[in-house]
Design a protein around this ligand. Structure first.
Ligand code: CS2
Length: 484
């Protein structure tokens, strides 16, 4: 089978959408850090639609910060890939053309810094997942002890971290008298723009106070809320998509029909007309972000942790477990919603209903391990924000106690039947060791995890209204409480 590439596009059947613009004329206006499935299903698709409308200033250079896999798949395809949107009724195939160039940062860090310093580049965007920010999750500030940050402060001309690349490239631009680029985080963090600004400023201050002044005065860090469910691609997807195309696509992306992007409209150097292709440009993203993180991502983590230790494999499997599905629905209605400020005009019951429907989408195989991975980085903004709001209003912890207890259980690496479960988390070994030291006692096990300050901060583990319900929930989970 021929591979998908610019020269084989013409072989596709007419039913498959493909770029109608001349990719050879597209300039690179965006450098994107973290070229994973999410970016390719989301921002790259919106930007492709803008290129389709004729504004060719906004091609994307996508950089992987770690592994060469994406480049190895996409470079022979000229950056082209298939985006498959699947709902229970329809499957839509579209070839995305906005990724013009692909790089692997560790192979030549300087080349990426240079690319970011190019005068045509107006935006640097990021989907590097929570851990890529090198934040101390409990304080939301730069983790200066992080090995990548220490490395980058010592060798800024050869950065390894995303903040390091941004600081290095902004330094180049300032020294060359160029305008800076706008920095746009597209990760699931509260106030992602403001957080990233604080990290970059903290790092820049250590490099050169004049650079920090330049960044403080001239660089915009708009916040965004991004939403689309994107399961990791598996070989079955590759085979099915290649079959439909009649061409081999080494890395298609399979996603849902739904997509939402809310962006704070602050781009002094310009931006694609994303508002013409479905994105919402607003003054303040906060209420959208909070609603999405606490309801969608909160429910996702609840399903992944409780469903994972119950032995379920996918989100749809977990939703087919009635007790668990009811529990998650009640969590959204009774525990999260009462302490949530929502965007003006938002219809919370419909939003929740749509989420449950999206979770049930039978056409997606969204594995729970994908969502449970890096839970230590996700819990603070998905569970603990709601927990703190509830406790400060004198409300009980409610079902969050089970989510946190399930996190403690999951960190042991075993499910409720004693079967091993895959634990992918930067804090996995620290958490496992703590649990081994704690032994079988429920109270000690819970304390061993709640005392991890990088996740829980300092105050929650001492608060009896937090700690005691988590211990009770943990005991119930260990005993195999069937009511859940
Ligand atoms: C998920 C998210 O993997 C996870 O942690 O909760 O990736 C989720 O699918 C997206 O945020 C949906 O927009």
């Amino acid at each position: 089978m021929n591979p998908l590439s610019a020269s084989t596009l013409a072989l596709l059947s007419d039913t498959i959408k493909r770029p109608n613009y001349d990719r050879g004329d597209v300039k690179i206006g965006i450098v994107h850090l973290g070229l994973g499935g999410f970016h390719r299903a989301h921002q790259a698709a919106y930007t492709d639609a803008c290129l389709e409308k004729g504004d060719l200033k906004w091609g994307i250079l996508g950089a992987s910060l770690r592994s060469p896999q994406t480049r190895d798949a996409l470079a022979p395809q000229d950056g082209l890939y298939t985006l498959v949107a699947r709902s229970s009724e329809v499957t839509d195939y579209r070839i995305i053309g906005s990724v013009i160039k692909v790089m692997v940062a560790p192979e030549n860090p300087l080349a990426l810094v240079e690319a970011m310093a190019h005068p045509d580049v107006k935006i640097v965007s990021l989907t590097i997942t929570e851990k890529g920010y090198c934040i101390d999750p409990s304080t939301g500030t730069l983790d200066e002890a992080h090995p990548d940050i220490r490395h980058d402060l010592a060798y800024l001309d050869q950065p390894v971290s995303a903040p390091g690349f941004i600081v290095a490239a902004l330094k180049q631009r300032r020294e060359r008298g160029l305008k800076p680029f706008t920095v746009m985080s597209c990760d699931n963090l509260n106030a992602n723009g403001e957080k990233l600004r604080a990290l970059i400023m903290a790092m820049a201050l250590k490099v050169d106070p004049v650079l920090a002044d330049f960044i403080g005065a001239q660089v915009a860090f708009p916040s965004t809320m991004v939403d689309r469910i994107v399961p990791h691609t598996v070989d079955e997807d590759r085979a099915a998509v290649s079959e439909v195309l009649g061409l081999k696509d080494a890395w298609p992306i399979v996603t849902e029909g739904f997509s939402q992007w809310v962006i704070e409209d602050h781009f002094p150097e310009g931006r694609p007309n994303w508002h013409e292709v479905g994105a919402e440009l607003v003054h303040d993203v906060t209420p959208y972000e909070t609603m999405k993180l606490r309801l969608l991502n909160g429910a996702h983590s609840m399903l992944a942790l409780l469903g994972g230790i119950a032995g379920h494999a996918t989100v749809a499997d977990a939703m087919a477990d009635h007790a668990l599905a009811n529990f998650v629905e009640a969590f959204m209605v009774e525990d999260v919603s009462p302490v949530l400020s929502v965007p003006t005009g938002a219809d919370l019951p419909s939003y929740r209903k749509a989420l449950l429907q999206r979770f049930r989408n039978p056409a997606l195989k969204h594995r729970l391990v994908q969502i449970a991975s890096d839970s230590s980085q996700k819990i603070p903004q998905r569970f603990l924000t709601t927990a703190r709001d509830r406790l400060s209003r004198g409300l009980p912890l409610g079902r969050l106690a089970f989510g946190i207890a399930a996190f403690v259980h999951y960190a042991s690496g075993f499910d409720r039947q004693g079967q091993p479960i895959e634990l992918r988390d930067p804090m996995a070994s620290e958490m496992k060791e703590r649990l081994i030291l704690a032994g079988p006692d429920a109270e000690k096990a819970v304390d061993a995890i709640l005392s991890v300050e990088k996740i829980f901060g300092t105050e929650l583990s001492f608060n009896p209204h937090f700690r005691e319900p988590v211990i009770a929930a943990y005991r119930a989970l260990v005993k195999g409480n069937p009511t859940l």
